[in-house]
Design a protein around this ligand. Structure first.
Ligand code: CLF
Ligand code: SF4
Length: 499
């Protein structure tokens, strides 16, 4: 990695910084423009939150959708043991509550973990959060968590500490977590009705014995609620993760959302069940299906009020490193780290001021994008996908994209809907026709795909399926590119009515 690239990190590539001043859309530099419409950035924008909450989530990539374009997290896999069994988990792999099933992480001692964090913090300037998300349960491995966080805090005072747990042992750990400086905790809550829980959890291990059936689910539910209340009473910000399991808890998650919101959860992250039979989980082996993109989006849309609905989760590994959606973990394995060296804060400090300027420009652009849409009185609601490699810009080549950022656009605004993984189309200079099938599947329902560059062949292949691929908005902010494309599409097709 070059010095220059390193100084701003991969989320703000060099061409973005070079083009910052020349690539703004007309009007986006008008900082005085106000927006009171319920459009992108106004509904779930961080600006509407109380100042103390804004401060807590400002640089947390999971708790703030906006922050995830600018800040990175890293996980250290120091928590191997677990005290429950989930039907979507195979113990050979990581905790699927906050990781993709089928992934094995490099397990570390606290000393190794602290060494790794120091190396990453010196070389990944976007790093803002250290998370412990497995491979088992953090509360089940409290001594490892304690030692790791103490070692890291002694060297890097400003990292945010974030922990993920199934909640069974949480209430006994809350005090210790607070003393360690943990400010953000995720609890995976898949049910608030033990009858639903018995179809998800075959057993829990509690007070020196194994509980099964309804008893297991009752204990887990009561302990999760107790843990949630204890965290909230101590002003620790809580994210609730729920795995959406069609036919088991999908409809029930609306009730889960209501209850956890009442208990003070700040974010609710509904994640799709991943049940590939190759991962050897109970659900995978018994044919439990995964939800579709549409089902997931529809459920998230119903989670109104209370906790914010998270839509940008990437179901990371328990040893993930980098921006959400990228994983630099392979560059920081223990065998590559070498001797421990003292933490160098230079790059993180330099990055912050650059990121703040970019972020302010992005906010301004989102506020004024209604000007693009103001020319349209009526028009259809469309889905538009964007290929981005970071920094909230349309800046990825079609052939290199590994995920699509999907937005819903209508005359009333642009709203982020979620990410969809796609297979990479370009492999060393030629297109992979097998990948096209996966891309088409992921792009189902999408009217257009905006990217930095695209070849004629994939463009034609997608056009055959009614998807327009365009590089006309390359390097624009994602939302402003989407709104500009929408206005152009309506003008071309006559589908909308002018204001
Ligand atoms: Fe890690 Fe989780 Fe903290 Fe984030 S991940 S412990 S809250 S720092 Fe984030 Fe990854 Fe989704 Fe988790 S994208 S799986 S929500
Ligand atoms: Fe697996 Fe995590 Fe569930 Fe434990 S809590 S069984 S590690 S998914």
């Amino acid at each position: 990695m070059s010095q220059e690239r390193n100084a701003v990190g991969s989320s703000l590539p060099l061409e973005v910084r070079r083009k910052r001043s020349s690539l703004r859309l007309a009007g986006t530099s008008d900082r005085s423009a106000a927006c009171h419409a319920p459009v992108c950035g106004a509904v779930r924008g961080d600006e509407s939150l109380p100042a103390d909450i804004q401060k807590k989530i400002h640089d947390h990539p999971c708790y703030s959708e906006e922050a995830h374009h600018y800040f990175a997290r890293m996980h250290v896999a120091v928590a191997p043991a677990c005290n429950i069994q989930c039907h979507y988990c195979n113990r050979k792999f990581d905790c699927a509550n906050e990781s993709r099933p089928g992934v094995v992480s490099e397990r570390l001692t606290p000393e190794e973990a602290a060494h790794k964090v120091t190396a990453v913090a010196s070389r990944v300037p976007q790093l803002s959060v250290l998370g412990i998300a497995g491979p088992g349960d953090a509360c089940c491995n409290l001594e490892n968590v304690r030692k790791t966080l103490e070692l890291v805090r002694a060297q890097i005072p400003d990292l945010t500490f974030c922990v993920s747990t199934n909640g069974l042992g949480l209430v006994d750990c809350v005090e210790a977590l607070q003393e360690l400086g943990v400010t953000h905790v995720t609890i995976t809550i898949n049910m608030v009705d033990p009858e639903v829980g018995r179809r998800i959890y075959p057993w829990v291990y509690f007070e020196h014995r194994r509980w099964t059936g309804l008893d297991a689910s009752k204990i887990l539910h009561e302990r999760q609620m107790e843990g949630l209340r204890a965290l909230v009473s101590r002003n620790i910000l809580v994210k609730v993760n729920s795995v959406m399991i069609p036919g088991i808890n999908d409809e029930h998650l609306i009730e889960v959302h209501r209850v956890v919101s009442e208990h003070g959860a700040f974010v609710h992250n509904v994640m799709p069940l991943l049940s590939d039979p190759q991962h050897g989980t109970h659900f995978g082996l018994t044919g439990q299906r995964e939800p579709t993109h549409e089902e997931l989006a529809a459920l998230r849309d119903q989670l109104g009020g209370g906790a914010r609905a998270m839509r940008h989760c990437r179901q990371c590994r328990a040893d993930a490193v980098g921006m959400l959606g990228e994983d630099l973990g392979a560059q920081f394995t223990m065998d590559r780290l070498g001797e421990a060296v003292p933490y160098d804060p230079t790059q993180r400090a330099a990055y912050r001021s650059i990121a703040e300027r970019e972020r302010e420009d992005h906010r301004t652009a989102r506020r004024v994008l209604r000007r693009h849409l103001a020319v349209v009185a009526t028009g259809p609601t469309l889905l538009v996908a964007v290929a981005s490699r970071g920094g909230a810009r349309i800046n990825e080549h079609f052939g290199h994209a590994k995920e699509l950022h999907v937005f819903e656009v209508s005359p009333s605004g642009v709203q982020f809907v979620g990410q969809r993984r796609i297979p990479k189309y370009c492999n060393g200079g030629w297109g992979d026709e097998d990948a096209m099938a996966g891309i088409l599947e992921a792009a189902r329902g999408v009217s257009a795909l905006l990217c930095a560059r695209v070849g004629e062949c994939p463009k034609a292949a997608l056009a055959e399926h009614g998807i327009e691929v365009s590089d006309e908005h390359a390097h624009e902010w994602m939302e402003t590119g989407v709104s500009a494309w929408y206005v152009g599409r309506l003008a071309k097709t006559g589908l909308g009515q002018s204001a």
